[in-house]
Design a binder for this molecule. Structure first.
Ligand code: ADP
Ligand code: MG
Length: 140
């Protein structure tokens, strides 16, 4: 399914919509260049899950855990991973195979660890269509 948004708010709104469909234990790879809007989408998803805490890019930690919503939200940003062992050290399997919803920004860097059949969301800019245009492809 392909969506087009023209503002961060519209992207967050799509996130809220996506959140309605999420089941505990699901995991999603979120791809797109820096500034694409991955965190904006994650904020909408968190809001849609009923999480009231502010969600930001987990820059200094690989994973940020948000409880208090309809299910736990495990927000990974693996862009700074240099070694897959770092994933082992934080016990990633407890999240990936846990009872929450896991979202992984930059999942392409840890492709081999992503469970088979995970959902994929890709965000692309297209400057010809405007600075705030985003094309968001949601694969089941
Ligand atoms: P990422 O996590 O992919 O690096 P962020 O979500 O942190 O990206 O930042 C996206 C930036 O792009 C924000 O500054 C946001 O205001 C801006 N932006 C402009 N248009 C959009 C849009 N349609 N969707 C999402 N973000 C947008
Ligand atoms: Mg981000």
């Amino acid at each position: 399914m392909v969506y087009e948004t023209y503002s961060p708010e519209e992207t967050a709104q799509l996130g809220r919509k996506i959140a309605q469909e999420l089941k505990p234990g699901s995991i999603c790879a979120l791809s797109g260049e820096l500034g694409a809007g991955k965190t904006a989408l994650a904020q909408g998803i968190a809001d849609g899950l009923g999480i009231t805490e502010p969600v930001c890019s987990p820059t200094f930690t690989i994973v940020q855990v948000y409880e208090g919503g309809r299910m736990p939200f495990y927000h990974f940003d693996v862009c700074r991973i240099s070694d897959l062992e770092e994933m082992e050290e934080i016990g990633y399997e407890d999240y990936f195979y846990g009872n929450g919803f896991t979202l992984v920004e930059w999942a392409e860097l840890i492709e081999g660890l992503m469970p088979p059949g995970h959902q994929k969301i890709t965000i692309e800019k297209n400057l010809e269509k405007g600075f705030d245009y985003r094309r968001i492809c949601v694969e089941p």
